[in-house]
Design a protein around this ligand. Structure first.
Ligand SMILES: C[S@@+](CC[C@H](N)C(=O)[O-])C[C@H]1O[C@@H](n2cnc3c(N)ncnc32)[C@H](O)[C@@H]1O
Length: 286
């Protein structure tokens, strides 16, 4: 154990597991015990709590919403990168090409409408990749009513994402064509160009709570988020996402995920790409 880390008993680990499951839907396996100690010891010390038991007692009785947020922030896993699982972005470009060719949905302002949701967006690389790819492929989207909603439960990553600035090392491994999509700031950072940055709205949102989200979305990215949930929580989440996904929209999930035995509402149409199953009504309309 590192200096500064606090001992975690099995009972305390169980209490932490129960709490993070209740507030965030996250199921921590036994293997996450050392992660809990390394992520939460500092939080416990800073609060002046003597033990994890003491800390959980505090959260349950006198903790503020900020304390709850800090607890959740410490236990989320935020790994992400630009152009992660890039076949999804190629597929999305094809979908948007089809939407442009067909008569797109119009907003009240008379502009064609395009809505995409990055649910569990972490530090923003996923929604910005969507914005950069689509603007490059279809410059006319700048004149559309085109919005990308990007949400996450972790307030730290949402704040970081909103800046649109990253260390240049984030571009390691990308082709020069992709690197060219970003602006250099000259101080070792890169910046998301204004046009792409302006398309994305970041919001704090817990996917297991009610959503102030109406849709319909033309595409939803919910990748590498539900892997932290148990099957019933995954089922509820994907069923609810299906309710805000357009009938001709696509759901993109993570490389190690699949909806078999999780949600009946979708059909697999590509590698980790799903579409809502046609309902009797939509079949008649077609
Ligand atoms: C591994 S990251 C995935 C980021 C991105 N989608 C990707 O695939 O690169 C998982 C994200 O899910 C978020 N998350 C976990 N539980 C959540 C919940 N209940 N509501 C919303 N976001 C959640 C975490 O905060 C984290 O940023």
């Amino acid at each position: 154990m590192d200096h500064g880390e606090i001992a975690l008993s099995t009972r305390e680990f169980t209490r932490i597991r129960e709490r993070v499951y209740k507030v965030a839907g996250i199921s921590l396996s036994d293997a996450k015990r050392t992660l809990v100690v390394s992520r939460l010891s500092k939080v416990v010390r800073t609060l002046g709590a003597k033990s994890f038991d003491d800390y959980i007692d505090y959260l349950e009785t006198r903790g503020t919403p900020e304390d709850d947020q800090e607890f959740v922030n410490a236990l989320t896993t935020n790994l992400t990168r630009f152009f992660r699982e890039d076949h999804h972005f190629d597929h999305l470009i094809g979908h948007v090409r089809d939407l442009i060719a067909r008569t797109p949905r119009m907003t009240r302002t008379g502009k064609p409408r395009l809505r995409i949701w990055s649910a569990g967006c972490s530090t923003g690389q996923e929604p910005y990749t969507i914005a950069l790819c689509l603007l490059k492929a279809f410059p006319e989207l700048a004149r559309w009513d085109f919005k990308i909603l990007a949400t996450d439960i972790d307030s730290g990553v949402v704040a970081k994402a909103s800046t649109g600035t990253y260390p240049v090392g984030e571009l390691n491994g990308l082709s020069s064509e992709r690197v060219a999509l970003f602006e250099k700031t000259g101080d070792g950072n890169i910046r998301i160009p204004r046009a792409a940055h302006g398309l994305v709205t970041f919001k704090l949102l817990n996917l297991i709570e009610p959503w102030p989200v109406k849709g319909p979305f033309d595409a939803i990215f919910c990748r590498n988020v539900a892997i932290y949930f148990d099957k019933p929580t995954q089922g509820t989440l994907f069923d609810r996402l299906g309710q805000v996904l357009a009938p001709d929209g696509f759901l993109y999930i993570g490389h190690s995920e699949n909806l078999q035995a999780v949600s009946n509402g979708y059909q697999l149409v590509g590698k980790t790409i799903y579409q809502p199953k046609p309902t009797a009504k939509s079949r008649t309309a077609a």
